[in-house]
Ligand binder design. Structure first.
Ligand code: ADP
Ligand code: MG
Length: 260
């Protein structure tokens, strides 16, 4: 039922995400000004930078939630955006299932149980049977430490539990890459760790991830590459040791001074 044929397993050096010259404006305001960006299989890329620098818009362009006006976006070797022109709806939807996204605000369906939140996508979009989807969902809930909450309603969960369910729901679509947009920013401080722990586990499993976060400890510990955005551009990118200990760009230094 996928309109886009499932990508053959990429060669180990073929990027899962490949972006060239990405441009996006809102009216006169240039929000992304020519971004080039690659994510290799199993790589964890952490994106940092001041508020308003274009981080969320950038992530949204990676899964077709935002229509850029220039550049190309390839996901698993399929062209999502070609010189600023986005795929039409059907192949777009198929390709979106390759890209999981977790937002700051959880976005669980409030009227569905935890289990139904997770099984909805696989049943509707992947044609999974009820039993098959439920078994896969239970395994994912086990993984994020919430098997006992399968029949709970979202309103009864803590923020950290909601976000772990949102991660499980996204994983249920078996994405090739997971995008996280400030997944812990809405949480009380004592709940941040349990969500970061799940993300760390995913990274350990080899999941390809792009994470926008202000959690510099997570970036230092888990990132393969840290990308610094400012003013709609990537000002610097490199391994965390370099970015945090020996940044070369004044704008990176200024940002790190403000947050560390
Ligand atoms: P970040 O995630 O780094 O804080 P965003 O990508 O959310 O940055 O926003 C970058 C800039 O684009 C901001 O100035 C923001 O106000 C603007 N922007 C984002 N989305 C919209 C929109 N839908 N309409 C108009 N301006 C927007
Ligand atoms: Mg943002």
């Amino acid at each position: 039922m996928n309109a886009v044929p499932k990508a053959a397993a990429p060669k180990s050096d073929e990027p899962i995400v490949r972006i060239r010259g990405l441009k996006k404006s809102f009216g006169e305001h240039i929000v992304l000004n020519g971004i080039d960006f690659d994510v290799a299989p199993s790589q964890v890329v952490v994106v940092i930078g001041p508020s308003g620098s274009g981080k969320s818009t950038f992530l949204r362009c990676c899964n077709g939630l935002e229509q850029p006006e220039g550049g190309t976006v390839d996901i698993c070797g399929h062209r999502l955006v070609d010189h600023g022109v986005m795929l039409k709806e059907r192949p777009l939807n198929a390709l979106r299932t390759e890209v999981g996204m977790v937002f700051q605000s959880f976005n669980l369906f409030p009227h569905l149980s935890v289990l139904d939140n997770i099984t909805l996508g696989p049943r509707k979009l992947r044609g999974a049977s009820k039993d098959e989807a439920a078994a896969a969902a239970m395994a994912l809930l086990e993984k994020v430490g919430l098997a006992q909450k399968a029949h709970a309603m979202p309103a009864s969960l803590s923020g950290g539990q909601k976000q772990r369910v949102a991660i499980a729901r996204s994983l249920a679509m078996r994405p090739r890459v997971m995008l996280f947009d400030e997944p812990t920013s809405a949480l009380d401080p004592e709940l941040v760790g349990e969500v970061l722990q799940v993300m760390k586990m995913l990274a350990g499993d080899g999941m390809t991830m792009v994470v926008v976060t202000h959690e510099m400890g997570f970036a230092k510990e888990v990132a393969d590459v840290v990308v610094v955005m400012d003013g709609g551009a990537i000002v610097e990118a490199g391994p965390p040791q370099t970015i945090f200990s020996a940044p070369t760009q004044p704008r990176t230094r200024a940002f790190l001074q403000a947050v560390l």
